[in-house]
Design a protein around this ligand. Structure first.
Ligand code: CP3
Length: 345
């Protein structure tokens, strides 16, 4: 495998000096890009796109061909694991993800197996190997998984959409032992999946805890953070890890204490405060409000400067949005964002 020509992103994760702040964008390959929509149409649907390594590789590289980003992220989805566990994922436009066989009874947990990353999930590993070859060391490749709690919410609810999490929270308070049994199996699956991505060539790993912020403080530690900490520990120092809890601003210190390389911050956090709270324990990733990309370009430039200023001087910042880019964004605005980050302050 060739050495990396641009390692700014990895240097920032290790809190080493960089010539300029590296950036990538959550959901950088997606519907805001006409070339993504064209490839998805060729694939027929989103899941086929994920499960066809050639096409997954193609869309992974699309944003890098357009913008001078400092990292690529594997094109896939967090729901590949429950799909491989046999829950039957469907993803229809406008409906979002749905499982045909959600977890409704504790008895179903005993029947769940840990998927073999080079078996049911081999298409993901094949995509990683292909992307690494095609990238040829241009920039590092990020692999990822959902947090066990976030995956469990989809598995229990049967899909997205209900952001009250009525069923999943029922398990938190009325069936905590069942939920812990489910989370243990999902955690083992995530660990094996991320280790396999590492073996296939990814340079960093990110855990998306999209729904951790829906939990009360004590429940967050018990049902989300605890399991992410087990993942960070199992992965060891061999590969940098980024933990992102959307809505997790209250718990940044506790997230940093897991030993992760970087804490992802959503846009509700001040990076200046985050840095004061976390100190030199780890790097920070974030956190421009994705809604700012709808504003005129001078506003985008001003807000980029404000984000860079909020972090301030010194190493350890990976610029990103505070959550994923949405399909309605004009790619020219993304180009302006990337240029503004690269110009710096
Ligand atoms: O960042 C990247 O470019 C990599 C690709 C990526 C996707 N999903 C592609 C995708 C990543 C990292 C994810 C993770 C993911 N998937 C998360 C965690 C990150 C987050 O956004 O909080 C979650 C919660 C999911 C589950 C999921 N997948 C949802 C809720 C949806 C529907 C959302 C929508 O906008 O329709 C998906 C589908 C999905 N995953 C799309 C993409 C590009 C849109 C599918 C399409 O092309 O129609």
């Amino acid at each position: 495998m060739s050495a990396l020509k641009n390692d700014r992103f990895l240097r920032a994760l290790h809190r080493q000096p960089v010539d300029r702040t590296p950036l990538w964008i959550m959901r950088q390959a997606g519907r805001y890009l006409p070339e993504y929509r064209a490839t998805r149409q060729r694939a027929g649907d989103f899941l086929t796109l994920c499960k066809t390594p050639d096409l997954a590789c193609e869309v992974t590289l699309q944003p890098l061909d357009r913008f001078p980003l400092d990292a690529a992220i594997l094109f896939s989805d967090i729901l590949t694991i429950p799909d491989a566990m046999g829950l039957g994922l469907t993803l229809d436009e406008g409906v979002g993800p749905r499982f045909t066989s959600p977890i409704r009874e504790p008895a179903q947990i005993a029947r769940l197996g840990v998927p073999d990353p080079e078996g049911e999930l081999r298409y993901v590993m094949d995509a990683v190997r292909l992307i690494k070859r095609e990238l040829d060391g241009r920039v590092p490749l990020i692999g990822f998984a959902g947090s066990p709690w976030t995956l469990a919410t989809y598995m229990i609810e049967g899909g997205g959409g209900d952001h009250d999490f009525k069923r999943a929270k029922q398990w938190v308070y009325a069936q905590p032992d069942d939920l812990h049994r489910l989370l243990a199996i999902v955690t083992e699956s995530v660990i094996q999946y991320l280790r396999a991505q590492r073996a296939a060539g990814v340079d960093a790993l990110m855990v998306f805890d999209t729904w951790g912020g829906a939990l009360a403080a004590d429940a967050y530690r018990a049902f989300s953070l605890n399991y992410m900490a087990q993942i960070v520990e199992a992965l060891g120092d061999e590969v940098p890890t980024i933990l992102f809890t959307k809505g997790g601003g209250h718990w940044l210190e506790a997230i940093a204490d897991t030993g992760c390389s970087a804490v992802g911050c959503d846009w509700t956090v001040s990076l200046a405060d985050a840095r004061r709270r976390i100190g030199s324990r780890c790097a920070l990733q974030g956190n421009l409000d994705p809604a700012i990309l709808r504003a005129p370009i001078p506003v985008i430039e001003r807000e980029v400067a404000a984000t860079l200023n909020a972090f301030g001087a010194g190493p350890g910042h990976v610029f990103n949005l505070g959550h994923g880019i949405t399909p309605d964004i004009n790619p020219d605005h993304v180009a302006a964002l990337v240029a503004a980050v690269h110009r710096g302050i």
